[in-house]
Design a protein around this ligand. Sequence first.
Ligand code: 6R9
Length: 680
Amino acid sequence: MRHTGRPDRSARPEHPRPPATPKTRCPERAMNHPATVYPIDADFAAQARITREQYERLYAQSVADPDGFWGRIAQRLDWFVQPTRIKDVSFALDDFHIRWYADGELNASVNCLDRHLATRGDKTALIFEPDDPAQPAQHISYRDLYERVCRLANALRALGVRKGDRVTLYLPMIPEAVVAMLACARVGAIHSVVFGGFAPNSIADRVADCGSKLIITADEGLRGGKKIPLKANVDAALKLPGTNSVETVLVVRHTHAAVDMQMPRDRWYDAVVDGQPSECAPERMNAEDPLFILYTSGSTGKPKGVLHTTGGYLTYASYTHEVVFDLREDDIYWCTADVGWVTGHSYIVYGPLANGATALVFEGVPNYPSVSRFWEVIDKHQVTIFYTAPTAIRALMRDGDEPVTRTSRQSLRLLGTVGEPINPEAWRWYYEVVGDSRCPVVDTWWQTETGGILISPLAGAIDLKPGSATKPFFGVQPALVDANGHVLEGEAEGNLVLLDSWPGQMRTVYGDHERFIDTYFRTYPGSYFTGDGCRRDADGYYWITGRVDDVINVSGHRIGTAEVESALVSHPKVAEAAVVGFPHDLKGQGIYAYVTLIAGEVASDELRKELVVHVRAEIGPIATPDHLQWAPGLPKTRSGKIMRRILRKIAENAPDQLGDTSTLADPSVVDSLVKERRVP
Ligand code: 6R9
């Protein structure tokens, strides 16, 4: 969003120590609550890649000898130059560095394509299932994908894109999105995928931050029968300041809608790709050369450009994909995420394709044309592994069992979830109704910053407890700390940190290395701070309780409260705004905004609607406030800091738990906010 300079949020420190008392949304997550255990399925374990004994042994090895372990794992990739330096990491603030495989050279697109051609050239790499089920699905073989990527990579080079240049991708969930990512990787350009649901201001911020030279978009997107004006949004974004770096916009013809083409800037994708050779020499990349930037929300300021590099990220994405999903050669694997999120990067594109898997790319939504769509697609393409978000499960659960049970789903053998804590009730429905009590569920905890899954069950090795992300992946060393930074042992609840690095870890915030260190390494010196609260039970299982910072997780999408606040205050009638999350049945968390108007402005339902529309236009529909309450005043300390703890309690409708309000400059504002609360 654009910053209007009013009011200044930069005063909020980036690394305060959050209280180690994350809120609990389900009883199983609370201390001392016995959880149901689903023992390892014997049939599954009999053929699983990792058994219980192997998990224990490999985990111990991975922690005792990271160089030996990760050196061996890196052999799964094809390298131009084999790495000999494996792990070179220090989280110490006076000697901070994170490097993996630093003397290795490789190319990610070669690993996802070229090396499969000899053995898997005709194997389907991507199955494309369009938004409209009446349109034909497409099967794209590894050879076909390779040729498409090479043609686009040649076109990018012809347009002047060189190693290290940034390219923004603003595309629907269509095969070209995958092609574009891999074509960037082939020529060494750093892609920055911007989710198709973001508004022009958000595109402009992300383009400006990384100085993109080229944008690839489509005429329109299509989701649930609705058209999304992607090209028009890019046009609007490029009128905003800071976007002059963009020389070229490539436009994929998707819906064939008429769009404005501004010559010579705008070019049709098919026109530049046609006639390009179907071979393209890959750029040799150092393992630590950047692969991509992905913007994600933090607790302060504008979204940060999370930067991942080539060797460690690809090793980690491909290895976790194989082990966590227990991948076999004939699997049909479907992850329902959008490539605009990290889940799409690691577990639709890089992990599966590096592993030579068949991945389904779905353009649509779970409830179009009916709420059986997911299950129909599973039957249609005989999907064996299905990976989705708790919010989708909760939404579909509302429609009852029949839309599920009228489909077969016999092909399924493993289910996964990601993005937010799953409540045990939704877990059980997923397990019993969707998976017919036959398919283990892997609840995978990770973050944009971590590049791949860090905590998850391995279905052949670890008993399942609904709602728990269970145990750390190889090489991952989680710890719980209290507000003073003391590491808690045994059964405990606290803030989740990671004591050491793993190859998929982000390397920096693009253009702001200090912000990277400040955000993740200064709160608990010597450890990476995740921003999540967590409980460890007596069996050593991890239960993520949710964010403990000012990040709201709406339907698995991260939204910074500061972003929504700055969108609100950019409206001329708004003096001040404070935004908090509150528990929401379907979305996990909803967005609750408190707004103080400029003196003389009159609160009305029309203005409330106008402000909601304004936020959508500034950021995008995912940031739509669920509730907007007029606040004649906000609870502030005498030094002027907003006490969000109190606002959270009011939004949660727990006015009896406001705690100490004595340090407020004017305690009476709290009473009036409680009285005026918007009852959902
Ligand atoms: C992959 C992804 C990261 C935040 C993370 C946490 C929440 C993700 C979760 C989960 C509980 C899980 N989260 N997976 N919480 N159980 N299995 O979602 O990345 O968009 O960066 O979000 O999502 O709060 O910190 P990202």
